[in-house]
Structures are given as structure tokens and as C-alpha cells.
Design a binder for this molecule. Structure first.
Ligand code: NAP
Length: 299
């Protein structure tokens, strides 16, 4: 009898804790309701998944990317499912476009609570072969695009004690061969975001850097070759990767919890761990792994 009572007490405690956890999750979910979220690179992949996720949970989303048609389709999809969305054709490597995107958000919704710097492109070429314009383009989009959008959104984010997010990459934790420009742009983004966080530590600004691992998306199709042309196809098995929807959900939850950093995929987490303790060993592991890609520019 005593044993039975103890068990019942334990079950009730667990039920109570589960109730609190679900309640907190619900509150967190509702936290984004009515919030204004600006997302760059929302015409495809992770950005598109983020736009749908935030809109489905009651946020007002402002989306930007270069491809007008794709952007319009994402906006249409959101509107059809009852979401609030505004889109603006934006090339984040153009400072004025970034300013316009932020002005559009303010004109449409009066404030900005969350800025997600997600727009990005990749590359695949050895540094000794690559045209320097490729590296410049990667820095212009992945790094400067983040700087421009953050600069114009910051006054509103500070007022709201909001969140600014940088979508980096595991290539921003460990340099990837044949991706010098990509890794450099993501390392630069990490440094920028980290300094921004510390600078605004007493002002309530939340700064999150997300480090996705390999994610199924368009990124390897649009990756630039040595001469700046697009690769056109993915050298990897996209079906075995984390989905863009999963990545979006991780970022969404991390914003809710005001986390500083998330590293995604088990491969990404392992890379981070090995890099911490055995960086030289990881150099060799990364070389061997990436050299196995079909048509790898190094062996
Ligand atoms: N997929 C992965 O394996 C992976 C891994 C780690 C990190 N990431 C990062 O995740 C982010 C999203 O990539 P994704 O995987 O979702 O690739 P994706 O499907 O190719 O999406 C990239 C998005 O960025 C936009 N974009 C590219 N250049 C732009 C520019 N100059 N101005 C504005 N928007 C631009 C693209 O739209 P437009 O072409 O219409 O402009 C597109 O909406 C990137 O920052 C990427 O580095 C991806």
C-alpha cells in the first residue's frame, strides 16, 4: 500500500512536471505571436522554411531574396494558410536593398522584433584556382549582407530587446577545403555576431549564431565554381541530410530560448568536439572526408 502511494505520488509529480513543461512550451510558442520577423534568403531552403514556420505560429513576416518569382510564391503560400507576410526583392550584397527591406518592415508593421540573416551562397574550388571575384562575392553576400541588414535593423531590435540571428555553418567552425571563401565569410559572421552580443550585453539584445551541418537545399546547386559559374548540381546525397524544416525548427526554438549558439547535426556536433580537443586530427579527417566527394578538386 505504502509502495502504491509512493508510486502514485511519483506519477503525479511527473504529470505535474510534464504539464508545466507543456505550458511553458505553449507560452514560448505564443511568444512569437504578433512579432515582426525579417528573414533574408527566404525564397528557398532554410529561409523559406523559417518564413512558413514563423507565419504559421502567428508572426508577421517580412521576407527578402533576389528571385522575385520564388519570393512571391513563398508569400502566396503563407497568405493562403492565413499568415501575414510582406515581401521585398532584395540583394543583400547591396546596402541600399538591405535598407529598403528594413524600411519595408517598419512601414508595414511599425517595428522589428527578430532579424534572421540567412541569405547565403557557397562555392567549390581550390584557392589556387579560384577567381578572386568569387571570394569577394561570398563575402559580399554572406558577411556584408549580414552587416548591412543588422545595421539598419539594430535601432528597432534594441528598442524591442529583440533577437538578431546569423545563419552560419559548421564550415564556420572548421575551415572546409575548396570552400575558403565560404568558411572565411562564416568565420567573419561569427566574429561580428559575437562582438555585437558583448557590445549590447547590457541592452537586452539577443544574438544567436546557428551552425547548421549539411542540410538538403539548393545551396550546392548555386555554389560557385572557380570561374564564378554555378555548380548546377549537388555532389552530395541530399536525401541523407537534415531537412530545411528541421533546421528551421531548431532555430525557431533557439530564438524562443534566447540561446547564443546552436550546432546542428550529429556530424556538426562531433566536428565541434573533435576540433576542441584534437584540431590536427580533425584537419586530416576533414581532408579525407571532403576528398571523397565526386569531382572533388583535390585528392
Ligand atoms: N544547406 C546547407 O548544407 C547549409 C549548411 C550550413 C549553413 N547553411 C546556410 O544556410 C543559409 C541558407 O541556405 P540554404 O541551405 O537554405 O540554401 P538555398 O536553398 O540555396 O537558399 C539560399 C537563400 O539565400 C538567398 N540568397 C542568395 N544570395 C542572395 C543575395 N545576394 N541576396 C539575397 N538573398 C540571397 C537565395 O535566394 P535568391 O537566389 O532568390 O536570392 C535563397 O533564398 C545560408 O546562409 C547557408 O550558408 C546551409
Amino acid at each position: 500500500m505504502k509502495h502504491f502511494c509512493k508510486n502514485k505520488l511519483f506519477t503525479n509529480k511527473v504529470k505535474y512536471l510534464l504539464f508545466i513543461r507543456n505550458y511553458c512550451y505553449h507560452c514560448k510558442k505564443n511568444k512569437v505571436k504578433g512579432k515582426v520577423v525579417v528573414i533574408t534568403g527566404a525564397s528557398s531552403g532554410i529561409g523559406k522554411a523559417l518564413a512558413n514556420l514563423f507565419a504559421n505560429n502567428g508572426s508577421k513576416v517580412v521576407i527578402g531574396a533576389r528571385n522575385h518569382h520564388n519570393l512571391m510564391e513563398v508569400a502566396e503560400e503563407i497568405r493562403l494558410s492565413g499568415g501575414e507576410v510582406v515581401f521585398m526583392q532584395t540583394d543583400v550584397s547591396n546596402e541600399n536593398d538591405c535598407k529598403n527591406l528594413i524600411v519595408t518592415a517598419i512601414d508595414s508593421f511599425g517595428t522589428i522584433d527578430i532579424l534572421i540573416n540567412n541569405a547565403g551562397i557557397s562555392m567549390r574550388a581550390l584557392f589556387e584556382d579560384v577567381d578572386l571575384s568569387v571570394i569577394k562575392k561570398l563575402m559580399d553576400i554572406n558577411f556584408w549582407g549580414t552587416v548591412y541588414c543588422t545595421k539598419y535593423a539594430l535601432p528597432y531590435l534594441l528598442k524591442q530587446k529583440g533577437s538578431v540571428v546569423g545563419v552560419s555553418s559548421v564550415a564556420g567552425i572548421k575551415g572546409l577545403p575548396a570552400r575558403t571563401g565560404y568558411s572565411a565569410s562564416k568565420f567573419a559572421m561569427n566574429g561580428f555576431m559575437q562582438a555585437l552580443r558583448i557590445e549590447n550585453l547590457k541592452k537586452g539584445l539577443h544574438v544567436l549564431v546557428a551552425f547548421p551541418g549539411f542540410t538538403a537545399s539548393n545551396i550546392r546547386n548555386t555554389a560557385l565554381n572557380a570561374d564564378g559559374s554555378m555548380q548546377g548540381e549537388s555532389p552530395r546525397d541530399e536525401n541523407s541530410m537534415m531537412t530545411a524544416d528541421e533546421v528551421a525548427l531548431h532555430i525557431y526554438n533557439a530564438i524562443g530560448k534566447r540561446k547564443n549558439k546552436i550546432i546542428l547535426t550529429s556530424q556538426g556536433k562531433l566536428t565541434n568536439l573533435i576540433n576542441h580537443f584534437f584540431p590536427d586530427l580533425l584537419d586530416k579527417m576533414v581532408f579525407n572526408h571532403m576528398a571523397k566527394e565526386p569531382d572533388s578538386p583535390f585528392k
